[in-house]
Design a protein around this ligand. Structure first.
Ligand SMILES: *[C@@H]1O[C@H](CO)[C@@H](O)[C@H](O)[C@H]1NC(C)=O
Ligand SMILES: *[C@@H]1O[C@H](CO)[C@@H](O)[C@H](O)[C@H]1NC(C)=O
Ligand SMILES: *[C@@H]1O[C@H](CO)[C@@H](O)[C@H](O)[C@H]1NC(C)=O
Ligand SMILES: *[C@@H]1O[C@H](CO)[C@@H](O)[C@H](O)[C@H]1NC(C)=O
Ligand SMILES: *[C@@H]1O[C@H](CO)[C@@H](O)[C@H](O)[C@H]1NC(C)=O
Ligand SMILES: *[C@@H]1O[C@H](CO)[C@@H](O)[C@H](O)[C@H]1NC(C)=O
Ligand SMILES: *[C@@H]1O[C@H](CO)[C@@H](O)[C@H](O)[C@H]1NC(C)=O
Ligand SMILES: *[C@@H]1O[C@H](CO)[C@@H](O)[C@H](O)[C@H]1NC(C)=O
Length: 620
């Protein structure tokens, strides 16, 4: 049957059904203005007509932030328990730049025989000469005030506590370690009403080469993530490079407080070491720390972790078009350099890699360049590429507005199509993960922005289910829901907003929202080893009200996904489903799993933005 015949048959059938079955069962709806259709939309599945092969794994991304960190979060256990419950494959774990201490293992550049510290008022500098069993022997520089400059180049500012150096000498000389607080108590107040910092440079006896690795926060979050996803495939991304690897006019001063945001962290254009060896070494050492039990630092000193973790894919950088303004040529070289660095330090040639993680749209030149193997060094794999999609809403509080999210995804699918053409031509063996798919509401990171109504969770959940299904038609390997944990300003925890509308969990309880439960429903239902899409048509010809796609497994198992794209009730008619099991995520299912229903009629009312899966027994 060709497409035209199919549509024709289906329209006729639809008409017949409406006349014969539907009109008598129609009853007036109390919420007439909330109801789209008097007559239900017919869903007609041609169970024996192959539509497309199903390859697309639904999953999610976890982006690090303080609410995931044991050190700051009252709910991290609940969060990781929720993650574990998902049993997702290809979960993406992304350490992200706004919290440099949570994302970067070596925040300060190696400084040779000098050891330096630079902290804001009320934080403290921790000095240590213990490496070779030595003591602090010399204070080269110390200033509490407005001094500045990198290690080896510190300069006194106009505001300076006169006795800074004497005080630090008194506290530290002859000590193995010493902790100097940057306080008015210790130094006096050299300039009232000004932000002060403490800068210190010392040397050790015997001399000691100094580096500044600190894995405190990286370790605990990664451990919790790896535990929660044990036994599953994972994509790990340490997206943020130390800013000091890049050329900057003045060194970037990162936040002292690990849980406060530093949106300006990824600055600098062009690497200081243009051979990119230093970049590769940074990643190599980081990977050796996590996968080989230890690494050798810039001066030949061994740092022992005893970690021997393992994961399948490593992604290289995130949305670099904006951070560090990389061009595709520059990024491609960096991608190769990072892989070479990881191989140098870990001797692991089996790791698979994910490239690009683009956020921009229609950047086809990036794909044409990156996916062309002749633009890479020999032996560099192009295992997978990644890119992102966010639907943007116009209103934070008006549920009706969110009906506009779905057509944005439609536009995106044209882009996916074009990227697929390029990929198939240049590197057909390369897989694809669209690893950030989500919705962002306006003013999301504005403190005090209004809380969106709870039905938002359903609108965003519906958009994800719709995205997964539409994209699955194009044979993409993985579609990842963005993202496990976000939150508005949390005054009790002193946390600044972190994209609350993108969250999948409730930030107060760590429980799943409709976004989470929809992902879980898909993860549990989709079986890429067995399922294929079959021709599915609806009488909602424009597709503005519902989306539906049916799948059939090799074992005959049949299921139908239905997404209500409207902020209104929509009635559908799915012939033959009476007595079958439906799982539905809607406003009523709240923070719980999909509600299970045994259908008593083939006419189903989908409440606003509902996502339903109907399981039908094998056809006999
Ligand atoms: C540092 O702590 C003192 C005493 O607690 C306080 O008065 C002062 O405001 C703090 N300074 C900053 C910049 O937070
Ligand atoms: C200071 O650093 C040493 C090691 O370099 C560490 O053992 C110690 O816990 C640190 N102290 C503080 C207060 O951070
Ligand atoms: C600096 O030290 C000298 C000598 O110990 C002392 O007389 C003076 O008061 C100190 N100045 C300040 C600002 O603390
Ligand atoms: C590493 O960072 C943590 C948290 O800020 C701190 O407590 C610890 O002292 C640091 N370790 C070293 C060796 O400086
Ligand atoms: C410091 O590092 C340099 C260069 O790697 C090396 O030549 C020197 O011996 C090291 N010094 C100490 C005291 O470790
Ligand atoms: C791949 O890149 C090489 C070298 O940059 C170029 O000569 C070639 O035309 C490219 N191939 C395609 C199919 O674009
Ligand atoms: C750092 O932030 C945390 C909360 O995010 C807060 O509890 C703590 O007081 C802050 N520390 C300083 C010194 O500002
Ligand atoms: C989080 O859960 C609590 C308790 O169920 C609920 O009161 C609150 O509205 C939820 N918040 C969000 C944003 O989902």
């Amino acid at each position: 049957m060709n497409m035209k015949e199919c549509v024709l048959t289906f329209l006729l059938c639809c008409l017949t059904l409406q006349i014969v079955y539907l009109l008598p069962t129609f009853e007036t709806n109390k919420f007439q203005d909330h109801q789209v259709n008097a007559d239900p939309i017919l869903i007609e599945v041609s169970w024996i007509t192959h539509d497309y092969d199903l390859y697309t794994i639904p999953t999610l991304q976890v982006v690090t932030n303080p609410l995931l960190a044991r050190q700051f979060s009252p709910i991290y256990k609940q969060i990781f328990a929720s993650l574990k419950e998902l049993n997702a494959e290809y979960t993406r774990y992304a350490t992200w730049f706004p919290y440099p201490k949570l994302a970067v293992a070596e925040l300060d550049p190696p400084s040779g025989l000098y050891q330096c510290g630079n902290v804001g008022e009320n934080f403290s500098i921790n000095l240590s000469c213990e490496q070779n069993g030595g003591v602090i022997s010399k204070v080269d520089f110390a200033s509490y005030g407005t001094s500045s400059g990198a290690c080896g180049q510190m300069k006194q500012g106009t505001c300076h506590a006169a006795n800074s150096s004497e005080i630090v000498q008194r506290v530290c000389i002859g000590q193995k370690t010493c902790n100097v607080p940057a306080t008015n108590n210790l130094f006096g107040d050299p300039c009232k009403d000004k932000m002060k910092r403490l800068l210190i440079q010392i040397q050790c006896d015997p001399p000691q080469n100094n580096t500044y690795y600190n894995f405190t926060y990286l370790d605990t979050m990664l451990q919790d993530f790896l535990d929660a996803t044990d036994g599953h495939s994972r994509i790990i991304l340490f997206c943020t490079q130390p800013t000091w690897l890049f050329k900057q006019d003045t060194p970037h001063i990162y936040r002292d407080n690990a849980s406060l945001t530093d949106w300006g962290y990824p600055v600098g254009t062009g690497l200081v070491d243009d051979t990119m060896q230093a970049l590769g070494d940074y990643y190599g050492r980081l990977f050796a720390w996590y996968t080989r039990g230890s690494f050798i630092d810039e001066y030949g000193r061994k740092h022992i972790s005893n970690y021997e973790y393992n994961w399948d894919y490593t992604e290289i950088f995130n949305e670099v078009e904006s951070e560090h303004q990389m061009t595709v040529e520059y990024y491609t070289r960096a991608y190769d350099a990072v892989i070479q660095g990881i191989r140098r330090h870990t001797n692991n040639d089996d790791m698979k890699y994910v490239g690009m993680a683009l956020m921009g749209h229609n950047e086809f030149d990036w794909y044409r360049y990156f996916l062309n193997h002749s633009n890479h060094a020999p032996d560099i794999p192009l295992d997978m590429i990644s890119y992102h999609f966010y639907a943007l809403a116009n209103s934070r509080t008006d549920p009706k507005d969110w009906e506009t999210l779905f057509s944005q995804l439609d536009t995106f699918t044209f882009e996916v199509e074009q990227i697929e053409e390029i990929r198939k031509l240049l590197s057909p063996e390369t897989r694809t993960t669209i690893d950030e798919v989500g919705v962002i509401l306006p003013d999301d990171n504005t403190p005090g922005a209004p809380q969106f109504p709870m039905i938002y969770w359903n609108a965003a959940a519906a958009l994800y289910a719709y995205s997964w299904a539409k994209i699955s038609r194009q044979g993409i390997d993985v579609v990842g829901h963005s993202q496990l944990v976000g939150y508005p300003e949390l005054l009790d925890l002193q946390l600044q907003p972190q994209f609350p509308s993108v969250a999948m969990l409730n930030w107060t309880t760590g429980e799943g929202t409709a976004k989470y439960w929809t992902s879980k429903l898909l993860i549990e239902t989709v079986d890429i080893d067995n399922d294929e899409g079959v021709i599915t048509q609806t009488s909602d010809v424009s597709g503005e009200n519902i989306f539906s796609q049916a799948f059939v497994g090799k074992n005959g198992r049949r299921w139908v996904l239905i997404v209500n794209k409207r902020y209104a009730n929509v009635d559908v008619f799915l012939p033959g489903c009476t007595g079958d099991r439906m799982q539905i995520v809607n406003e009523a299912s709240g923070f719980g799993p999909a509600t299970e229903v045994t259908l008593t009629s083939s006419r189903i009312t989908l409440s606003p933005y509902a996502v339903a899966v109907i399981h039908m027994p094998p056809e006999t």
